[in-house]
Design a protein. Structure first.
Length: 156
């Protein structure tokens, strides 16, 4: 019998201005030390910058970027007989969106200079065009998964 209760997924409420769950998810991931207003300001500045630069709807560009960044598999490490293997595991839609947001924000944090919202906006634009640091990280995950497909078949 399990000692821990099964964790229920929390429902993410949609954003009040843009009416989008995706924007609320990104805001929650940017959030630091409970300063949600600051995180929301960063997201708003980012979307405004994207609309000015691309002359298109920022939410559509963001949605396209997240769809391009969504990995099909996740890599989990497993220790078998003293050796550590990276095993690819297929993931559900919600988990892939969460990983895409994490890849996007990690790539944004790794960039040097500028303010955060400018770095985030340029990374979103790059991801919507299938270029950029975050896309390279996603492709690296897929390469590792392809290399270790045989290990998955042996272990499970």
């Amino acid at each position: 019998m399990a000692r821990h209760k099964i964790k229920k997924n929390k429902l993410v409420l949609s954003d009040p201005i843009y009416n989008s769950n995706l924007i609320q998810l990104i805001t929650n991931h940017i959030l630091k030390k409970g300063k949600k207003n600051m995180a929301y300001t960063i997201v708003n500045q980012t979307l405004n910058f994207i609309e000015q630069k691309q002359n298109e709807d920022a939410i559509e560009i963001l949605d396209k970027a997240i769809n391009n960044l969504r990995p099909a598999v996740e890599i989990k490490t497993k220790r078998i007989g003293g050796a550590v293997y990276k095993i690819p595991i297929e993931i559900q839609y919600y988990r892939s969106v969460t990983l895409a947001i994490q890849l996007l924000l990690k790539a944004t944090q790794d960039k040097i200079g500028k303010t955060f919202y400018l770095k985030l906006a340029t990374e979103i634009i790059d991801a919507s065009q299938n270029t950029g640091i975050a896309i390279r990280k996603k492709e690296e995950i897929h390469r590792i998964a392809e290399a270790n497909v045989k290990i998955k078949a042996k272990t499970f």
